[in-house]
Design a protein around this ligand. Structure first.
Ligand code: NAD
Length: 478
């Protein structure tokens, strides 16, 4: 059966542009077939997108919040209507199992619907003052936003950034990932079909360095939002700081999973296997360092290796597949190098630890035990299906190990003790902590990290904060 993949274009000022040189070919990671060429925006294209964002900024700022919310809700309805096209596109360009792709579309819809609600709750305040004086605190859109999204969430990451910015009343130029451009194109079309005025959104692809430099240094752009690696995030933050522009940075993680001695090791192991293989470990909140109390460590390892070894890996279109390929040869090479390094330093590979087949970027889900603290994988985000297990003698040792990395995005813990849960909640340095489950935050909760994982929050009642500025106006009767 053949599936359709959209034609990739640049969307500038309401017009789709296809006739440009290609900057990249989109490759299906399950079979290495080429799906499409990605047109490369020229310097003139970027200037047109900037001019459109500048012009549209006033139109969208002055559109009533309820009308902005209607566009987001209508776009969300279109996403659901076009569910099959989205799922096929995401599975083709990323290899995700179809059921996971469906979850991503539903998540994007939920995010948009949440932000639509927030658009009409952008409350300011009136400060008390003497008679004859009115003091207003207003929250207004910050202005045109430059948004950069990665390949691992081709729809939900653009949806997150665009719905926050659009709900707040900002125009946006989005550079979505060149590796997975299809879902972003379908998404931009949904927004246009939902009535978003021309120019409020432009979508570009090309050379990431050239585009980020052109957009961030332009006086039109007032704010920068990025999801991706810590290194790129730091570069873009420096560029923005030189222009005195605020940023929202959602960067990498290296999530610890603390398993306390009172937890059920077999049950936690089964849940851990399912969570680890989501998106082949290529999500910033992926559970990575399993820090287990020594009394239950062996029982945990046996059950974990068994459950991970039974995971069905394959093309996302095959039924029953639980994990697809990694996204590109870079991730395959990274997995191989990190496992080799850990092995060399004395770690034990309990299951996996190798590529699967010769065609497609499949890597076996892998459990590694007794990983020494100095192994590279204990500090470098693996971003592939590697689970690292370490035993600790006490909760104190576990918490210190959990906090020993430079990032702090997600964290997980399993315990039946209220006081252990309380201590973990207080001491673990991460922005998103889940105790006794692996569910991530729903759209009504703030998502973001500490330390090198970035700053600013997406979702929750904080969702529009980064896209607004607070101004005061005082008005005297006269
Ligand atoms: P990378 O840093 O080269 O790219 C990550 C994303 O940033 C890509 O979509 C890329 O197009 C974009 N990018 C790169 N340079 C850019 C620039 N100058 N301006 C704007 N965007 C730019 O990483 P990669 O090889 O694709 O992945 C490597 C690592 O990145 C992973 O191991 C992981 O740690 C991290 N990553 C994190 C996330 C996340 O959700 N936080 C997503 C993707 C990758």
């Amino acid at each position: 059966m053949s599936y359709s993949y959209p034609r990739i274009g640049l969307l500038i000022d309401g017009e789709w542009i296809h006739d440009r040189d290609a900057c990249l070919q989109v490759v299906n990671p399950s079979n290495e077939e080429i799906l499409a060429d990605v047109p490369k925006a020229t310097a003139a294209d970027l200037q047109r997108a900037l001019a459109a964002a500048d012009r549209a900024r006033r139109i969208w700022r002055d559109t009533a919040p309820e009308a902005r919310a209607r566009v987001l809700r209508q776009a969300s309805a279109l996403l659901r209507e076009r569910m099959d096209a989205f799922c096929q596109t995401i599975s083709l360009e990323l290899g995700k199992p179809l059921s996971d792709a469906r979850y991503e579309v539903e998540r994007a819809c939920a995010i948009m619907e949440w932000d639509a609600g927030e658009a009409v709750r952008l409350y300011g305040r009136i400060n008390p003052s003497a008679p004859g004086m009115l003091q207003l605190v207003l929250r207004q859109p910050i202005g045109p936003v430059a948004a950069f999204t990665p390949w691992n969430a081709p729809l939900s990451s653009p949806a997150r950034k665009l719905s926050g910015a659009l709900a707040a009343g900002c125009s946006v130029i989005l550079k979505a990932a060149e590796e997975t451009p299809g879902a972003a194109c379908l998404y931009a079309q949904c927004l246009m079909d939902a009535g978003l005025p021309s120019g409020v959104l432009s979508l570009v692809f090309g050379d990431p360095n050239e585009i980020s430099e052109a957009l961030i240094t332009s006086p039109v752009i007032r704010m920068v939002t990025f999801t991706g690696s810590v290194n790129v995030g730091k570069r873009l933050t420096q560029l923005a700081a030189a222009q005195m522009k605020p940023v929202l940075m959602e960067l990498g993680g290296h999530a610890p999973v603390l398993v306390a001695e009172d937890a059920d090791p077999v049950q936690v192991a089964r849940m851990s296997a399912a969570a680890k293989v989501r998106m082949a470990g290529q999500i910033c909140v992926s559970p990575t360092r399993f820090i287990v109390h020594e009394r239950i460590y062996d029982a945990f390892l046996v059950a974990f290796a068994k459950a991970v070894g039974e995971v069905r890996v394959g093309d996302g279109f095959e039924s029953g597949v639980q994990m697809g390929p990694v996204a590109n040869p870079r991730r395959l090479a990274a997995a191989q190098a990190l496992v080799e390094d850990a092995r060399r330093r004395g770690a034990r590979v309990l299951t996996g630890g190798h590529r699967l087949g010769e065609k497609g970027y499949f890597y076996a889900p892998t459990v590694i035990a007794d990983v020494p603290r100095e192994a590279l994988v204990m500090s470098e985000e693996p971003f592939c299906p590697l689970a690292l297990c370490v035993s600790v003698a006490s909760l104190r040792e576990g918490i210190d190990l959990a906090n020993s990395v430079s990032v702090g995005l997600a964290g997980y813990a399993f315990t039946n003790s209220l006081s252990t849960a309380e201590q973990i909640g207080r001491e673990i340095e991460c922005g998103i902590l889940s105790i006794n489950h692996f569910g991530g935050p729903a759209p009504d909760m703030p998502f973001g990290g500490l330390k090198d994982s970035g700053f600013g929050r997406e979702g929750g009642s904080e969702s529009l904060e980064s896209y607004t500025v607070t101004r005061m106006v005082s008005q005297k009767a006269f």
